[in-house]
Design a protein. Structure first.
Length: 306
């Protein structure tokens, strides 16, 4: 495979990314790639810098150093660190959800998804009040927007509540609604910040089903931050592990979950103590803890992270 074909395999390339706040180095010389059409998970202990990376990718922060390249399907390339904030979703087609739910609780589910399509509707109106007169172009755009919104409500298993206020939904359903709203923008890269946080097992299963559907049927690539290791291991194709703003592991879920550096980071021990920990609790027990998302409890018992 030639170099150009190799580059086109990756929707996102992060190269030597650094983010400093005064004397604090939040991200230090980070490089990784996200392959097109896959789910890439960005994981690590609290304070590892995961959300800072997301903020750099989505334009909330401008990195101190480094390049963030978005390669679209049509062959166009964008350097995200150079784009104005509003052009990252509009031109580069990067959508994002946040750790905290950010819906319009008083609006219906359908209205929340129509809000995500306001650019298309404004363009159809000529960016004027002419849409109020019901011109055919605008009416057509409204019909298409409603159809797309209902499509994603169906995918998120929320269509029966389309006319209910978003604030009336249970927490897990609100999470799925946020993802559906992001998908209404037609993203090529969907960035999800802890989408499984606070979900019960049934809600997590529904989330996994939705994300796999997006990956398999839309062509949208997914980059997610997640602490629920069971979700990460079940749906991710590629995992990048951070600690203190630096990459300590990068590979498929099977290789990452057995990486001694990852075990050390999650159990809160120094690298040279990993073998002692593995001998003490047994390799398989540690791996099972990672898979079940129970490493935080293990870390607490051993005195927390170093």
């Amino acid at each position: 495979m030639d170099m150009q074909a190799s580059v086109n395999d990756f929707i996102l390339q992060v190269e030597h990314l650094s983010m400093k706040f005064g004397g604090l180095v939040a991200i230090g010389d980070l490089s990784f790639q996200a392959r097109r059409g896959e789910i890439t998970a960005l994981i690590g202990p609290n304070g590892a810098g995961k959300t800072t990376v997301f903020n750099c990718i989505t334009g909330f922060y401008k990195p101190t150093e480094g390049m963030i390249t978005l390669n679209k399907r049509d062959g166009s390339t964008y350097l995200l660190e150079r784009l104005p904030n509003h052009e990252i979703p509009a031109r580069a087609k990067v959508a994002r959800t946040f750790q905290n739910v950010r819906l319009f609780p008083g609006m219906t589910l359908l209205e929340n998804l129509l809000v995500a399509q306001h650019n298309k509707l404004m363009k159809a109106s000529g960016y004027t009040f002419l849409g109020l007169f019901g011109f055919p172009t605008y009416r057509r755009a409204v019909g298409e927007s409603i159809e797309l919104a209902r499509h994603w409500l169906e995918k998120a298993d929320l269509i029966e509540r389309a006319d209910d206020p978003a604030g009336d939904l249970p927490y897990g359903a609100q999470r799925r609604l946020e993802i559906a709203r992001a998908m209404c923008t037609g993203p090529e890269l969907l960035c999800l910040d802890e989408p499984a946080a606070g979900l019960n097992p049934k809600e997590s299963a529904s989330l996994n089903e939705l994300l796999n559907d997006i990956k398999d049927n839309t062509g949208t690539s997914i980059l997610l931050i997640e602490h629920d290791m069971s979700v990460v291991m079940q749906i991710s194709d590629h995992v990048v592990v951070l600690e203190y703003g630096r990459k300590i592991s990068d590979g498929n879920p099977q290789s990452v979950r057995t990486d001694p550096r990852v075990i050390a980071a999650y159990l809160g021990v120094a690298d040279e103590q990993v073998e002692t920990v593995l001998t003490e609790v047994g390799d398989e027990e540690v791996i099972e803890q990672l898979d079940a998302g129970k490493v935080a409890g293990a870390a607490g018992k051993r005195g927390g992270r170093r």
